[in-house]
Each structure stands twice: as C-alpha cells, then as structure tokens.
Design a protein around this ligand. Structure first.
Ligand code: UDP
Ligand code: MN
Length: 412
C-alpha cells in the first residue's frame, strides 16, 4: 500500500512542500521534485491518479494495472459518450436564440383555432407560430425556458382575469351571485373569481360557487366590525392580499355582485398591459337620469373625464370601481412597474365617500399617460352600476322560502 500512496501522492505533497495551499496543478506528475513520503488520499483521488498516471507504477503493483486498464477503457467510453452528446446540446441553445430552422427536429404542427380576439400584431405572431413547428416542439420538449414558454402560452390562451367580488347576505344575494357567475362562465378561460365574505364563509355562497363550474376562491375577511366604515373596502383588500401573497398573475377587476356586465367587457379587458379604464353607465336615482363616469379617449389615450357629480369634482381620476382593471403583478412586482408608491396597494376606508377609486388608482399610476383606454370600451358602455338594493328584505336561510304557500288547493 505504501508504494501506491507514494505513486499517487504528488499534488498534496508538492503543495505541502511549496508551503502553498494549492491542491492541484496542471504540471506533469513525472516531475522528480516530489518527495516520496507517505501521505493518505481520498479514494477518488487515488482512483483518478491511478488511472491516468501509470508511470509511477512499479512491478509490485502490476496486478492492479488490469483493473486500471479496464477503468481507463470505461472512462474513455464515458468521455466519448459525453462528446457525442455535445452537438445535440448546441442545437438546443440555437433553439433558444430563435434560430429554429437549423435544427433537424420535425414535429407535426397541430393547427389550433385561436378564437380570442387579437390585434393585427398578435395575428401576425400567430402566423409566425404556425410556421415554426419547431417552437411547438420546443415547448413540448421543455426546451424553452419558463419565461419564453409563459409568453407563448399567455398569448395563445389569453391573459387570466382575476375578478374580485365582495358579497354579503341579503335577500337578492343569490340572484346577484348567480347572474354574475353565469356571465363569468361564458367568458373564455382563464378566469378566476375571488368571492370575499365578511367574518365567515356562508354555506349558501360556498354551494353556489361549487356548482357554478368556474375557477374560484372563496375568501373570508376577518376584520373587527366596529372600526369598519365600508365593509366592501376591507373585503377587496383581503383579495388584494391574497393575490399579492400568492403572486397570482392576471388582470384584476373589482366586480361588485350587483352590477351588470357584458361579455365583451371581459374580452376587451385582456388587452390591458398596465392599467385600463372605460366609462361606466350609472343611474342617478335622485335625478332620475343616466350618467356616465370614466375616461374620454382619443384611441387608447385618455384625454379627459366624464363626471357629473359636483361633490366629486376634486377627484384626481374620475373612475368608477367597475370602470378599471390592472395588471396583478403591480401588486407584487413593484420594480417592474416603477410604481408611484412603495407600500402595499390597498383600498382606503378612511377617505370621503366617492374618493375610494381615485385614492386607489393614484397608488397604481402617476397620471393619464400610464393609462390605457380599452379598445372597445371608451366609446361604448359595456357595464352598468345601478343602485337597486332592497336593504330591508330579510335574508332567507339557505335561499329557500318555506312559507311561501299562499294558495292552498281546496280539497274536493
Ligand atoms: N358589500 C359587502 N358588504 C357590505 C356592503 C357591500 O360585501 O356590507 C359588497 C356588495 O355585495 C357589493 C359591493 O360591496 O359587491 C358594493 O356594495 P354596494 O352595491 O352596496 O355599494 P354601491 O354600489 O352603492 O357602491
Ligand atoms: Mn352596488
């Protein structure tokens, strides 16, 4: 064993001799400057050195040379195998650089109907995508990195819509939730409906959500009722916290359960990049007339505002809660968006009534230049904010009306 150690010892011994702490050097092991002292080595180093530095073998350990020859053979084979793989890898890196045609893969392109309405630029990209069957192959093989893959998938499937609805128990809650749920069911996926209740999740809402057939999250806002002015504000904040914590990706839209929404509104929203806005139709019950609140646009550029209420003239942005949507990553990726404020983005319960929307929006955009009037929305009304509450009506347990039998069929 001593001779083996001597044979295999140069690197450590030399570093020791030089007083340096360099365990390995590319110098030839045949250099005679190494002392023949006994030093111990790890089995791996012994093996590697033994395989490659045969010169130091003596007759005594001739028997070992067979094993070593075999090992050498195996390692040469292994090296050859690795080299054989090299061109394969370089093709993949070419794929990443977009030079797709150089590769020899031929994966069949299965044409898919992309029915989400897209801009002319996007349609051109779809054509490009069809040409590049390799891109599809690259996705299937997992060759594209995560970001590239996400870009492609985003644009084929359409951006996710994250619809936030605060709700509470009242006589017509079932009607409102069912109506909104059924609209959302008709919107092309992906749509995530976040329904938030105060204090506890009601059985009725949970059951309705279970049977609706859409993706949802049923959240509960735990907030001491005594210091709450507007419960809806805290419920929306519970949803914002959830989106931020779980980094949900999509376009956030506050859809109160009692408003009226058209399908095209949800499709149009998908075009938003940072913050999109549109005018909402409202019914001023006191004046018995319909009014508009929201942006006046020139193309997608916001150039002014519709507003009718004098008490709200001092607002910075004249947008209704149902008249805007924004990219969820603004909540959890502030650096990407150069946000005007640094803290968490939340609705404020302390502001004057009617100022909730503007104080919220001021945390997301600096001015109108960072807003987009959505393509279909600036000259059309696509949703309505009506005030048709029946606050006095009692909430029927389980949404069942058991004592509703007013006419009894007389028995013969
Ligand atoms: N909301 C709620 N709890 C309440 C009051 C309201 O969850 O105590 C919800 C309500 O279901 C709706 C939103 O908050 O989705 C706005 O409420 P409301 O329609 O009463 O407000 P308005 O339309 O008058 O602004
Ligand atoms: Mn309402």
């Amino acid at each position: 064993m001593a001779s083996i150690r001597r044979t295999l010892s140069p690197y450590n011994d030399r570093s020791h001799q030089n007083g340096a702490n360099t365990p390995f050097s590319p110098q030839s092991p045949s250099q005679k400057q190494f002392p023949q002292g006994k030093t111990t080595f790890s089995p791996v180093r012994r093996l590697v050195a033994g395989v490659f530095f045969r010169k130091h073998q003596t007759r005594k350990n001739f028997q070992f040379s067979w094993n070593k020859s075999l090992l050498r053979c195996f390692m040469c084979f292994f090296l050859g195998f690795l080299l054989g793989m090299a061109p394969f890898n370089s093709d993949f890196s070419e794929l990443r650089q977009g030079d797709l045609r150089k590769s020899d893969f031929s994966i069949e392109w299965k044409p898919e109907v992309v029915s989400v309405q897209k801009s002319a630029g996007d349609l051109a990209s779809i054509e490009k995508l069809k040409e590049n069957d390799l891109l599809v192959g690259a996705i299937e093989l997992g060759v594209l990195d995560k970001t590239d893959m996400k870009k492609v998938l985003d644009f084929v499937a359409g951006k996710q819509l994250i619809v936030v609805s605060p709700t509470y128990s009242r006589a017509i809650q079932a009607y409102y939730l069912n109506r909104l749920g059924q609209v959302l069911r008709l919107v092309k996926p992906p749509v995530l409906w976040i329904v938030v209740e105060m204090n506890e999740a009601s059985v009725e809402t949970a059951e309705m959500l279970r049977n609706m057939g859409i993706m949802y999250r049923h959240l509960v806002c735990k907030k001491n009722n005594t210091d709450v002015k507007d419960r809806g504000v805290h419920q929306r904040n519970t949803a914002l916290e959830h989106i931020e914590r779980h980094r949900l990706d999509g376009l956030v839209y506050f859809a109160d359960d009692d408003n009226i929404y058209s399908l095209e509104l949800f499709e149009s929203m998908r075009e938003i990049s940072r913050f999109g806005t549109w005018p909402v139709g409202m019914l001023a019950q006191s004046k018995n007339k319909a009014i508009l609140e929201g942006p006046v646009c020139n193309g997608s550029q916001v150039i002014g505002w519709h507003t009718n209420e004098k008490s709200k003239r001092l607002r910075r942005f004249h947008v209704d809660m149902a008249g805007f949507a924004f990219n969820s990553s603004i909540l959890w990726d502030p650096k990407r968006w150069h946000r005007p404020t640094s803290g968490p983005i939340r609705q404020l319960d302390t502001v004057k009534e009617g100022f909730q929307e503007t104080t919220f929006i001021e945390q997301i955009v600096e001015d109108e230049s960072q807003m987009e009037g959505i393509p279909l929305g600036c000259n059309r009304i696509m949703n309505w904010h009506l005030h048709l509450e029946a606050h006095e009506l009692a909430y029927p347990k389980g949404w069942v009306l058991p004592k509703n039998l007013d006419v009894v069929i007389p028995s013969k």
